[in-house]
Design a protein. Structure first.
Length: 165
């Protein structure tokens, strides 16, 4: 049985998200949930999501529909942004479990989406390893981010649904 579950963010999650702790070495690659949640809630294409273990918020990310063309594989891609796990809950497998649950979560909430994409800094070795282990592939596209080159990775939801048949 799964230790965690993905849920759409609601205002009741704000206090726990505001208490998030991120290790200094990770802050360069991601951001605190409360730094991006307000803007996401005001944007009809952005959907904040929490990663919960029982009633505790252990992680956070945003799903962005209609992302910039540089960050998608096709018109029906959704972009995973601002993925983070609270430092007090890291190294327990929650990030991997969340990434493994994400395709089904996206399919349930956004049935027309055909791929999940994300941008990962080339220096963020731990995140790249996680994404590759959970089925993401390098699209060979890259963009310049705030602190350097970012690789665009993708998870093909159509391929996943064909495998499940």
């Amino acid at each position: 049985m799964s230790q965690i579950r993905l849920s759409m963010y609601t205002n009741e999650h704000y206090e726990q998200c505001d208490a998030f702790i991120l290790p200094e070495e990770q802050v360069q690659f991601t951001t605190f949930p409360t730094h991006v949640v307000t803007e996401a809630l005001e944007n009809p294409d952005k959907f904040p999501v929490v990663i919960k273990k029982e009633n505790d918020v252990v992680g956070f990310f945003i799903l962005h529909l209609n992302p910039p063309k540089t960050h998608r594989t096709d018109e029906q891609s959704v972009l995973l942004r601002a993925f983070s796990i609270d430092a007090r809950h890291q190294k327990q497998g929650y990030a991997k479990e969340a990434m493994l649950q994400l395709p089904e979560f996206v399919h349930h909430h956004f049935p027309k989406v055909t791929a999940i994409t994300l941008a990962v800094n080339k220096k963020n070795i731990a995140a790249k390893s996680l994404y590759f282990k959970t089925g993401y592939v390098d699209t060979l596209q890259s963009v310049m981010g705030p602190i350097g080159e970012q690789h665009i990775l993708a998870f093909n939801l159509q391929k996943e649904s064909e495998v499940g048949r």
